[in-house]
Design a protein around this ligand. Structure first.
Ligand code: CUA
Length: 171
């Protein structure tokens, strides 16, 4: 089969690709396109269904190296989470149910992980960089933040907690 691909340059139509495609080659192209479309659809579907948020990389400055929890209003919080061998700070984050939390994550030394499994949070804590993601905590409980990037002998003990109204939220 002969395929022509035209491109409009000014008033002229210019042929830029003209090739003969074998039948079996065509089948391969079509099946590849189908698999790729399915893949793309799955990614977009999961993004919608599980509300997965792609972490943002934002401009870095030194203030992100100071751990803190800031209350913006009754249900909006900002957490500056700082990873270093082998702990996260703040180690305990108390918030009320229904809170939306912006996590800004950085590291003071090597690369660490920042994982909140039940909330689909999977980020890296990297020295000199800040990663940000937003999580809504609808249900009370204790959500573990774990380091899932091997960072040395204390790696397996490196964790923190987000405590959502459990047993009662501290202010
Ligand atoms: Cu920090 Cu593993």
């Amino acid at each position: 089969m002969v395929w022509y691909l035209f491109s409009d340059v000014g008033t002229h139509l210019k042929i830029i690709v003209m090739s003969l495609i074998d039948k079996s080659e065509k089948k391969v192209i079509i099946s590849t396109a189908a698999v790729l479309s399915l893949f793309l659809f799955s990614v977009l579907y999961a993004k919608g269904k599980y509300k997965s948020d792609v972490p943002e990389c934002i401009p870095y400055n030194k203030t992100y190296e100071t751990p803190k929890v800031t209350k913006l209003d009754d249900s909006t919080y900002q957490v500056f989470a700082v990873a270093q061998m082998w702990q996260f700070q703040p180690a305990e984050i108390y918030i009320p149910v229904g809170s939306e939390v912006d996590f800004f994550v950085t590291s003071k030394d090597v690369v660490h992980g920042f994982n909140i499994a039940p909330k689909n949070v999977n980020m890296m804590a990297v020295y000199g960089n800040v990663n940000k993601t937003t999580v809504k905590f609808d249900k009370p409980g204790v959500y573990k933040i774990t380091c899932h990037e091997y960072c040395g002998v204390g790696h397996q003990n490196m964790e923190a907690q987000v405590i959502v109204n459990y047993p009662t939220a501290k202010k």
